[in-house]
Design a protein around this ligand. Sequence first.
Ligand code: URA
Length: 182
Amino acid sequence: EAQHCRACVLAKTRTTVVFGEGSIDADLVFVGEGPGEDEDRSGRPFVGRAGQLLTKMITAMGLTREDVYICNMVKCRPPGNRNPEPAEALACEPFLHRQIDLIKPKLIIALGKVAATNLLAREASVTSLRNRIHQYRGIPLIVTYHPAYLLRSLQEKARAWEDLCFAVDTMQGLINSGSETI
Ligand code: URA
């Protein structure tokens, strides 16, 4: 369905639909912004420089890319890597809903402001949203910086590390409590 989607203008300029990849049984789902050039070409999420940093972040959490599920708010590359328009994110969101509903992760990590503000349907900075447990479709969600931002802003890496530790602790708590409530 996604491969043939023409619900927004991004369909006109995409090379490949980048649906997402990882484990259907993942406890943890990462949601980024949208495919960049490398992802558009390869059809896989987070494979460029930011993706390499995301892979390191996942490893630092004691996990592999195969353990988690990685996808984006929009499945097609916005031209020139501009931010997806709210209408594009809205048009694409039914795919994300079905990904989340099928995988039923214990935790979602929103990577960066675009993913966070679209998922939480409110305008706010990453700094104000991090360090708290939000909800998306009944699933606990935490917010951290986008790896592309971390590549440019080294001083935020320490905060991102705190967020990853918070995510690991939260997930552990959810697994130990049978995940029904937190
Ligand atoms: N940035 C994103 O938000 N997603 C990708 O897949 C790659 C870079």
